[in-house]
Design a protein around this ligand. Structure first.
Ligand SMILES: Cc1ncc(COP(=O)(O)O)c(C=O)c1O
Length: 433
C-alpha cells in the first residue's frame, strides 16, 4: 500500500542527521507519524505530502484563532515593519497588560515572560518570597513545564506512585537535580481531605499550592464541585498562596480563564499558549503586593520579555476573542460542545466503553470502563493501545489530534468543519475494535 506520509518520513530521517531527535520537542515524537507541515489556514493544515487535515492540535493549544487569522496577519504585517525588539519599554505593553488586567480576575498586576515553563518558575519564586516559606504542593498528573523544580509525578507509572494517601514523588527526567524536588509535596488531585492532611502536617511551611484548575494534561478532567473553593479556603487559612496554572485554560475556557468560569480568584496565575495566538508569549498575573516584589528583591529577567511582535500578537488575539461581547470564544466553546456530543453519540453503539471529558475548547477521549474520572490515577486504566489506534485512524481520515487523544477547538472551527469531522470520525469508530 502506498505510504501517505512518505515525504514526512524522509524529512524526519534528514532532520535526525542534525537536529537532536529530529524534532524540536520530544513530545512531538509521540505522534503516530511525526508530520512535517507546509501550510495551514483557518482550522486546516497541509503536510509536505499534500495531505490535508482538520486541525484539533492547534500547535498544542496556542492557536485559539486558528492559522493565519486575518486580524493577526494585519497586526504582524504592520509590526514586522517596525523594530523587532527594543529590550526597553513600548506602549503596546501597557495596552496588553491593561487588557489582561480587565479580563483576568486575579490580575491586579501582570508580568510578561516568553514560555509557560518560565512563567511557572516566576510564580513559584514570587510565592516563596512573599510567604517566606519553602514548600510547594503540586498534584499528580499536572504539568507545569519541564524545569527541575516542578517536573515531578507528571505521568508516573503505577509502580512509581505509592498510595493515594502517601504518593511518592516521581522525578520527571534523567539528569534532574533531585534536590530541587525536596521542597515539593506531591498530592493526588480532587480530594480535599488529602490537601487538608498535607496542611495539617506541613501547614506553616507551605508557600503555595499550584494546579491546573482543569486537568488538561491528564485527560481534561474537571474539578469536583467545591474542590477549588475548598483548596482556596485551606490555603487562606494557612497563609499559603493559590496558583492557578492557566497556561491551557486561560482565554480558552472563558476570557477570564478557569477563574472566571468557576468564579474564584487565585492569588496568582500563569498564562501561556492562547494568549499569544501562536507567537511565543506568556505571563504571570496576580495580587499587586505579590507581583510588586519584582521591584523589591525578587530577581526576574528575560531578554525577550515584552518582545513587540509577541505583545502585538497577544493584544490582537485577545481583542479578537473579546469582540461582540466575547462571541468568538463563545462560538469556539459551542462548536466544541457540539463535537463532544457528536462523538459521544458515535461512541454509544461501539462494543468498547468510551468517555469524553473536558469543556468544549479542550477535551479528551478515554477508552475506559471507569465512569468517574476525577484524577490522574483514574486514567491509569485507560486502554492506551486503543487510543493510539484511534489517533492513527483519525489521522488517516484527515483529523489531526494530539497524541494523547486531546482535542483543542478554536474560534474558527465552524459548523461545517464539525459536521465533516463527525462524518470522518464515524468511520474511525467503525474501524476501531
Ligand atoms: C498547564 C501548563 N503549564 C505550563 C506549561 C509549559 O509551557 P511551555 O511549553 O510554554 O513552556 C504547559 C505546556 O504544555 C502547560 O500545559
Amino acid at each position: 500500500m502506498e505510504d501517505k506520509w512518505k515525504k514526512s518520513r524522509e524529512f524526519l530521517v534528514r532532520a535526525e542527521g542534525s537536529l537532536a531527535g529530529g524534532v524540536s520537542s520530544p513530545f512531538r515524537r509521540k505522534s503516530p507519524v511525526p508530520l512535517f507541515f507546509r501550510d495551514g489556514s483557518g482550522c486546516r493544515l497541509e503536510d509536505v505530502d499534500g495531505n490535508r487535515y482538520i486541525d484539533y492540535g492547534l500547535g498544542w493549544g496556542p492557536l485559539i484563532l486558528g492559522h493565519r487569522h486575518p486580524d493577526l496577519l494585519e497586526t504582524l504585517r504592520d509590526q514586522v515593519e517596525r523594530p523587532f525588539h527594543y529590550g526597553a519599554q513600548h506602549e503596546l505593553e501597557s495596552r496588553l497588560s491593561e487588557r489582561v488586567q480587565r479580563l483576568v480576575p486575579c490580575a491586579e498586576r501582570v508580568a510578561f515572560t516568553s514560555s509557560g515553563s518560565e512563567a511557572v518558575q516566576l510564580a513559584l519564586r514570587l510565592s516563596r518570597a512573599f510567604t517566606g516559606r519553602k514548600l510547594v504542593v503540586k498534584f499528580e498528573g499536572h504539568y507545569h513545564g519541564w524545569m527541575d523544580s516542578i517536573l515531578a509525578s507528571y505521568h508516573p507509572a503505577l509502580e512509581e506512585i505509592g498510595t493515594v494517601e502517601r504518593p511518592r514523588t516521581a522525578p520527571g527526567t534523567r539528569g534532574q537535580l533531585l534536590a530541587a524536588l525536596d521542597d515539593l509535596l506531591v498530592c493526588a488531585w480532587n480530594r480535599t481531605d488529602l490537601v487538608e492532611g498535607l496542611f495539617r502536617q506541613h501547614g506553616g511551611d507551605i508557600a503555595a499550592v499550584i494546579m491546573e484548575p482543569v486537568l488538561c494534561n491528564s485527560g481534561c478532567l474537571l474539578p469536583r464541585e467545591d474542590y477549588l473553593r475548598n483548596v482556596q479556603e485551606i490555603c487562606a487559612r494557612h497563609g499559603a498562596l493559590l496558583i492557578f496554572d492557566e497556561v491551557i485554560t486561560g482565554f480558552r475556557i472563558a476570557l477570564g480563564g478557569a477563574q472566571e468560569h468557576f468564579g474564584l480568584t487565585p492569588d496568582l496565575c500563569t498564562l501561556g499558549k492562547a494568549i499569544g495566538g501562536g507567537l511565543p508569549f506568556s505571563a504571570v498575573a496576580g495580587r499587586r503586593a505579590i507581583m510588586e516584589q519584582l521591584m523589591d528583591g525578587v530577581a526576574f529577567g528575560g531578554t525577550y520579555n515584552g518582545n513587540p511582535l509577541s505583545v502585538a500578537a497577544a493584544d490582537t488575539t485577545l481583542a479578537a476573542l473579546e469582540k461582540d461581547g466575547g462571541a468568538p470564544l463563545a462560538q469556539a466553546l459551542a462548536m466544541g460542545e457540539r463535537l463532544m456530543k457528536g462523538l459521544r453519540t458515535l461512541a454509544a453503539d461501539r462494543p468498547f466503553p468510551v468517555k469524553i471529558t473536558g469543556l468544549g475548547t479542550a477535551f479528551s477521549v478515554h477508552f475506559t470502563e471507569k465512569d468517574d474520572l476525577a484524577d490522574y490515577r483514574d486514567t491509569l486504566e485507560d486502554d492506551t493501545d486503543r487510543l493510539s489506534r484511534f489517533v492513527m485512524e483519525a489521522l488517516k481520515e484527515g483529523i489531526y489530534l494530539l497524541p494523547d487523544g486531546r482535542w483543542y477547538v478554536s474560534a474558527v472551527h465552524g459548523e461545517e468543519d464539525i459536521a465533516e469531522t463527525l462524518d470522518k470520525m464515524s468511520r474511525v469508530f467503525q474501524r476501531l475494535c
